[in-house]
Write a protein that binds this ligand. Sequence first.
Ligand SMILES: Nc1ncnc2c1ncn2[C@@H]1O[C@H](COP(=O)(O)OP(=O)(O)O)[C@@H](O)[C@H]1O
Ligand SMILES: [Mg+2]
Length: 360
Amino acid sequence: MSGPLAPGSMIGILGTGQLGRMLALAAAPLGLRCATFGPEAEAPAHDVCAFHVCAPWEDLDAVRAFGARCDIVTLEFENVPVAVLDALAGVVPLRPGVRSLALTQDRLVEKRFVAELGLSPAPFVEVNSLADMQAGIAQLGLPAILKTRRLGYDGRGQVLLRSGDDAAAAWDAVGGAACVLEGFVGFTAETSVVLARGADGSVAAYDCPQNTHAQGILRRSTVPGPLSPDQTSQAVAAASAIAAALDHVGVLAVEFFLGTDGRLVVNEIAPRVHNSGHWTIEGAVTSQFEQHIRAVAGWPLGSTALTGAGAVMDNLIGDEAGQWLQLAAEPGAHLHLYGKSQARTGRKMGHVTRVSAPRP
Ligand SMILES: Nc1ncnc2c1ncn2[C@@H]1O[C@H](COP(=O)(O)OP(=O)(O)O)[C@@H](O)[C@H]1O
Ligand SMILES: [Mg+2]
């Protein structure tokens, strides 16, 4: 791809969820249009895109036809099959590239990659059998968490092991899938670096929030977060090294544990816009969504400065989205609903952000 995408260009998004919806909403003020591809007949991104193609990921002819209608293709979902990305090669430029996905779709590959960069992942062991798990427990101790290597999200595909007796049940619960066993990290806080990397290698990172989770799902992100200036520099340097090693273009997020000893442990990498960056829509000068569009379109990155003293973003999970009318009536509460018709338990239905006023 040579030069920046001109206004009026079409950006194809692989995936049709709320992240795609917010990307398309952020592209519109820049005069850029979006289209989505995914297997869902009804999806959050459809309402706000110029067109959508509904086809299974296996339909590579449909993938190529979609790519041919776009000026560039990006993604909002990291589990897009690599075959889909390969099919687009030579049809349309793809940002981020295949490497960003290939290395982050598999927790084991990702953890080895993080360790090879000289960073600290949570202690882990590869598990392909119950015997591996027992050996892993002996090595890592308990509690430990069994995680499927692929396709886990929002705490799904994970089982907490408190005692050795839980091993067989945990192995059953994951259906004998290829896994990693992780030692439980004692942490005082969780945080994340959300950054954008341009095609020219320029990097812009946001403030690191404090992220609180319940049942493996993000509940709240709060800025300012828990890191000292020194720890912030370390976290941003680590995330920047990861983005550079992937030759990533676009937004990327790295989740960290702040260990009880003050050290930063890399939890996981998301090669896309991230839930812990939703506060940036109102809390930062340029939102993570606009920033991703800017990066993949070859535009200059925008300012990541705060618009106020900080921000608090709360996810609306399951029937919490039923509070929409009260939230809409609350001055200064920025309500986002994702247009999902069914409020299933544990499903992210929307979020609300409150920005605190700048200090006088
Ligand atoms: N090794 C660990 N030690 C302590 N807590 C963990 C560990 N792994 C996961 N968790 C908790 O579970 C949450 C979700 O796990 P994560 O690996 O980030 O999976 P997901 O892909 O579902 O976000 C984390 O944010 C953290 O709160
Ligand atoms: Mg996570």
